[in-house]
Design a protein around this ligand. Structure first.
Ligand code: NAD
Length: 307
């Protein structure tokens, strides 16, 4: 039986409606959430992401402060812009669009963001909080994946989740998030050093592909009835397409749809959820700000101490 194809756009719309309501309450108190967005250079994909984010913010009743900097901007100049946004009380969230030009050290830039405004969840403090099971900002794509699984009523507790890809923005935070006690999955992380990838993917109740390799996951690598989440967004040349390329996921969709029970399409699956989660993180940052500082970071809970 063919899998249920997840409508990521519809799920994202539901989350965006919740965010709009939270923003309405904030605006009643005189606080309009604002995201400081820094884009260095003119990478077309980055430009289109930034434009999509600005549109989504506006629809949610939030605003953005866009800084478009030339590709030859120096690292120190960029750090000075971040310091300005850190100090600005009208800005509650900061997003530096990645990737940055190669002469700029990404880790230095991310570490310069005030963790209370780290709505991307990439700052080492946010990463630490995630690992410790403490409240804090969780990166948007992993949060979107978890929310989609919940939307689809896919049982996560006790399930074997196999994640393919160990990036700092998708794979690693997914492993940390889904192994936390509130999700309680058993998680296996596969990467380029994994011998016999298929031997692992075939054991997955939930298979999450985030490798950035079109068609890497074929039908024979999927356990019958598994839930398959395709994070990959790959441009594959297609002369018949208007833009000369088509977007494809990491999963061979046509084959996988016959084996999985639930599957996300590309586009229209995880992508829309990522933006929705950014809006949610900004609403959280603004609420915490309005409450006089970050609740998340001021939290004194002992963290997730589950054995
Ligand atoms: P990345 O290139 O930083 O990391 C990819 C990871 O996959 C690496 O850790 C590597 O070890 C692993 N990998 C690559 N080839 C492999 C193979 N053959 N076998 C096993 N592991 C392999 O990429 P990323 O930033 O994590 O993004 C991954 C994909 O997800 C990309 O296609 C990206 O465009 C997409 N993405 C989508 C969204 C979204 O919102 N939908 C958000 C972020 C990234």
């Amino acid at each position: 039986m063919a899998a249920v194809v997840v409508d990521g756009k519809a799920a994202a719309q539901r989350i965006r409606a919740e965010v709009r309501e939270r923003v309405r309450l904030l605006r009643e108190k005189g606080l309009i959430p604002c995201l400081g967005v820094i884009l260095v250079g003119e990478d077309p994909a980055s430009l289109s992401y930034v434009t999509a984010k600005a549109k989504a913010l506006e629809e949610a009743g939030m605003t953005s402060r866009d800084l478009r900097l030339p590709a030859d901007t120096g690292e120190d100049a960029l750090l000075a812009h971040i310091a300005g946004l850190n100090r600005d009380p009208a800005v509650q969230g900061i997003l530096v669009q990645l990737p940055l030009p190669s002469h700029i050290r990404e880790d230095r830039v991310i570490s310069a963001i005030d963790p209370r405004k780290d709505v991307d969840g990439f700052h080492p403090v946010s990463v630490g909080n995630l690992v410790l099971g403490k409240p804090g900002f969780v990166p948007c794509t992993p949060q979107g994946v978890a929310a989609l699984l919940r939307e689809m009523n896919v049982p996560i507790a006790g399930a074997h989740v196999v994640v393919v890809g160990r990036s700092n923005i998708v794979g690693k935070p997914l492993v940390n998030l889904l192994s936390r006690r509130d999700f309680n999955a058993t998680v296996t992380l596969c990467h380029t050093g994994t011998r016999d990838l298929a031997a692992y993917t075939r054991q997955a109740d939930i298979l999450i592909a985030a490798a950035g390799k079109a068609g890497l996951i074929t039908a024979d690598m999927i356990r019958e009835g598994a839930a398959v989440i395709d994070v990959g967004v790959n441009r594959v040349p297609d002369p018949a397409a208007k833009k000369g390329y088509r977007l494809k996921g990491d999963v061979d969709f046509e084959g996988a749809v016959e084996r999985a029970s639930v599957i996300t399409p590309v586009p229209g699956g995880v992508g829309p959820m990522t933006i929705a989660m950014l809006l949610r993180n900004l609403a959280q940052a603004a609420e915490d700000w309005g409450a006089g500082g970050s609740k998340a970071l001021g939290d004194k809970s002992p963290g997730d101490k589950s054995p």
